[in-house]
Write a protein that binds this ligand. Structure first.
Ligand code: KG4
Ligand code: ZN
Length: 347
């Protein structure tokens, strides 16, 4: 089954053709980073206008790379939330127009579900049950996938998302937007032990919190002016290690508590080198399989949207044309279940 995925929820216009949910035949991403950089963050109105300009081009590129025409596509999948409303509308209208013109079914996909399932694109035999960590610019969630489309929320951030913390700290030290990749780069030559920041473990819950860490960085900057490049590197390393430590240890503790043998990690922060390294180390110690998609599939892309559509319950209901509704605040529908043992602290 060939699915054309379209993603325009934030600051990347993307399209991809994916075969049977796992094989990318063609993918194209037009990044708006340069457009938003002067404002040190995404400007919603500029984002939607840029999507209007580039969405058709990325679709054409993805189809060309996949060597197929839209007539050979079985369905069109599009992100309908969560995200910026104007940006989501551009993707939705494009998908619906294509569906009407070419008589194709259209499926609305949750962006976070796309991130959660992104490792299926690189790990061909990945299937539930698995525990997923999604850490992006807007979300930080720990999700238990019992079956395809059957999700249980274990914990989420109570304040800033992990990526948001990266972006805000980067802004404090003038690293520009997006902050994650810049901090990741500088931290490689930094000494984390020189800037030991606090970790919010939140024992008794699987939730996360990053706003206290952000404040700790702010106070650190007020007390010790960081003049040299090395001081900046050390600060980045200290901050990054505080975020990564909590994300990795808490996720692995949840996998052990639930006796889940597979962990998947998605979202922009999953591109972080230090996070990938620490997950690999803990995976070996805990004998738990940890799967993280290549960095370019961790950040926003449309292959993960096409893939999520293939594994979604919606696919089974494919029929005639339906109008989609964008849902800027949409959460994955979470099921309830038996109680989960509480987090008792880091090991
Ligand atoms: O998933 P994503 O591309 O978009 C959202 O859905 O939000 O994630 C973007 C976020 C940004 O906050 C960005 O700073 C962060 O992911 N990010 C990183 C890295 N690459 C992107 N954070 C840490 N290290 C990275 N290498
Ligand atoms: Zn995203």
């Amino acid at each position: 089954m060939l699915i054309l995925g379209i993603e325009t929820s934030c600051d990347e216009s993307a399209a991809a053709v994916v075969k049977d949910g796992r094989t990318i035949l063609g993918s194209s991403v037009a990044s708006q980073i340069r457009l938003h950089r002067p404002y040190a963050g995404v400007v919603p109105e500029l984002a939607s206008r840029a999507h209007v300009e580039s969405v058709n081009e990325v679709i054409e590129k993805a189809l060309r790379k996949a060597r197929c025409s839209i007539d050979t596509i079985d369905a069109i999948a599009v992100t309908i939330g969560p995200g910026l409303v104007g940006s989501l509308l551009v993707g939705r209208m494009t998908a619906e127009a294509l569906a009407w013109i070419h008589h194709k079914p259209v499926i609305g996909i949750n962006h976070i579900e796309g991130h959660l399932l992104s490792p299926v694109l690189s790990e061909k035999n990945l299937a539930p049950p698995f525990l997923g960590l999604v850490a992006s610019g807007g979300h930080t969630e720990l999700i238990l996938a019992r079956k395809w489309g059957d999700y249980r929320l274990l914990g989420r951030t109570r304040d800033d998302a992990a990526g948001e913390a990266f972006d805000k700290v980067a802004k404090m030290i003038n690293l520009g937007y997006p902050g994650g990749p810049a901090i990741d780069r500088l931290a490689r030559q930094g000494r984390a032990e020189r800037c030991p920041f606090p970790r919010a473990w939140l024992p008794g819950t699987w939730d996360f919190s990053f706003s206290g860490l952000k404040t700790a960085v702010l106070y650190h900057l007020r007390e010790k002016k960081i003049g040299s490049l090395q001081a900046k590197r050390d600060l980045c390393a200290g901050f990054q290690s505080a975020v990564v430590d909590v994300l990795v240890r808490k996720t692995m503790a949840a996998a052990r508590a639930l006796k889940v043998r597979t962990v998947v990690v998605g979202g922009g922060v999953a591109a972080n080198q230090s996070l990938r390294k620490m997950f690999a180390e803990r995976a070996a110690v805990d004998q738990i399989r940890v799967l993280i998609a290549p960095p370019e599939l961790c950040t926003d892309n449309a292959a993960m949207i096409a893939s999520a559509a293939f594994f979604s319950k919606e696919k089974k209901k494919l029929g005639g044309l339906r109008a989609l509704r964008v849902q800027p605040q949409w959460h994955i529908p979470f099921a309830s279940g038996r109680s989960i043992p509480a987090f008792s602290g880091p090991h």
